[in-house]
Design a protein around this ligand. Structure first.
Ligand code: UD1
Ligand code: CA
Length: 455
């Protein structure tokens, strides 16, 4: 069977007033990328003939996020039906299935959309098939009014519903598949005589039924259809996405000691036998090789970690950090735009930025690369097998050769050749008995002052 042609219209022009945000609603992130990007990734797998995103005026950020797919601008926000009308030119001459999805409902799966498509092609050939679900709390969702033989008669918005209609538990996800040849005629007849004074897309069901055409419902799982209208909804959706990502990471062979405290990004890659302790956050762009252990309370962002490395606890790895195989990065260490090569150790209280730490080098506690002078960032290059004593400041640009040793407490502002020792330290002064005599003198002075006060 050859598949019918499909066009997809994504509605994303809404202001998202209930988010109370300066950011367009669909740009709010889930697992480290805008919610609309999640939706687009799913829709692309369906290989549609056409895909058009309806955005509002001044929503360049959304247009950029969905590029190279086409966007059309809905100048005035007059409702979901009006938004589909804005896509009319883009759908011109298209007579396959038109799938309408809402940008604020990004968790839908490709399998569910395939089921919807199949239902449109079922023998009865309903002109419209709507994805319905039974949420825990039907709240403000539109209600699906189903006739005695299971066909869909109407969608009633909660604000316009009678009490008996509000009692219906089957709700509108907003996703529907429509016969493209009929869509223009149905849109022509949409009115705005309702509680919000908007052109509701949902009214096309009623209009189709009045023409004697049949409409259907396919039911799906609530977790896929959560519509994000508020920050509270956003948090619920994030929880669902995180749950999916954690399950996938574990299925692929990572141990998450306390999964509910680990936060992943949409693109986090964890190898086999990776162990992630409690309270670890993976911002976007992190890939972790096999057998890596990440101890509790680490924050990782834009980092690659090779096999066998050990990170944390309490490590912060920032964009451009590259941690080599079997390397160690310990507690209260921050690394940015730097590579820590195979087997190197940076174990405690250290900042490494714009640098290379050669293989097997040991960086002592409290080492700082002074990489910024307020104007430019400069590079620190530390060779292999070197030893950087504790509390060393490396003032970039500076080069420490292979095998060099830096004495503790040094401020190194000049290059150090391979296998050399460098040390910058004030003279060591010891005065015998000085401390004892100091205490004696001061105690006597204090007693004299107190005696005077009593007089
Ligand atoms: C809508 C449905 C409701 C359904 C719910 C599912 C209608 C009339 N109601 O309600 O039945 O249960 O979604 O989550 O369709 N948009 C535009 N232009 C507009 C208005 C909206 O592009 O002029 C876009 C929004 O960006 C959003 C989507 O359409 O992505 C839905 O709009 P929204 O206002 O959130 O509709 P709901 O009230 O949630
Ligand atoms: Ca919504």
């Amino acid at each position: 069977m050859t598949k019918t042609k499909m066009a997809i219209v994504v509605l994303a022009a809404g202001l998202g007033t209930r988010m109370k945000s300066g950011l367009p609603k669909v740009m709010h992130p889930l697992a480290g990328r805008p919610m609309i990007a999640h939706l687009m990734a799913t829709l692309e797998t369906l290989a549609p003939e056409r895909l058009v995103v309806v955005v509002g005026a001044e929503m360049e950020a959304v247009a950029k996020a969905v590029a190279p797919w086409q966007t059309v601008v809905q100048e005035q926000r007059l409702g979901t039906g009006h938004a589909v009308m804005a896509a009319r030119d883009a759908l011109d001459g298209f007579d396959g299935d038109v799938l309408v999805v809402y940008g604020d409902t990004p968790l839908i799966s490709a399998e569910t959309l395939d089921r919807l498509r199949a239902a449109r092609r079922a023998q009865a050939q309903p002109v419209i098939v709507v994805l319905g679900f039974r949420p825990h709390d039907p709240g403000a969702y539109g209600r699906l009014i189903v006739g005695p033989i299971g066909t869909l008669d109407a969608i009633v918005e909660a604000k316009d519903a009678r009490p008996d209609q509000l009692a219906v538990t089957l709700c509108n996800s907003g996703v529907m598949a429509i016969d493209g040849a009929r869509l223009p005629g149905l849109l022509d007849r949409l009115g705005n005589d309702n509680a919000k004074g908007e052109y509701y897309l949902t009214d096309i069901v009623h209009i189709a039924r009045a023409d004697g055409l049949s409409c259907g419902v396919v039911e799906g799982d609530e977790a896929e259809f959560i519509g994000i209208n508020s920050r509270a909804d956003l948090a619920k959706a994030e929880a669902i996405v995180q749950e999916r990502l954690r399950t996938r990471a574990m299925a692929e062979g990572a141990t998450l000691t306390d999964p509910s405290t680990v936060f992943l990004s949409h693109d986090t890659r964890l190898g086999r036998d990776v162990i992630v302790g409690p309270s670890v956050v993976f911002a976007p762009g992190v890939s972790v090789g096999d057998n890596v252990e990440i101890l509790p309370f680490c924050h990782l962002n834009g980092v690659s970690i090779e096999a066998g490395a050990q990170i944390g606890p309490f490590a912060r790895l920032r964009p451009g950090a590259r941690i080599g195989a079997d390397a160690r990065v310990g507690n209260f260490v921050e690394i940015k735009n730097a590579s820590v090569e195979t087997g190197a150790k940076v174990n405690h209280l250290t900042y490494i930025g714009d640098a290379r730490v050669g293989a097997k080098t040991n960086v002592g506690a409290g080492t700082i690369t002074c990489n910024y002078d307020g104007f430019f960032k400069d590079h620190t290059d530390i060779g292999a097998g070197a030893f950087i004593g504790s509390n060393t400041s490396l003032v970039a640009p500076v080069k420490i050769g292979d095998g060099a040793i830096i004495g503790a407490g040094s401020v190194v502002a000049r290059d150090v050749p391979a296998d050399a020792m460098a040390l910058t330290r004030g003279p060591h002064m010891v005065k015998d008995d000085w401390a004892r005599m100091f205490r004696q003198r001061r105690a006597a002075e204090k007693a004299a002052v107190q005696a005077k006060k009593k007089e």
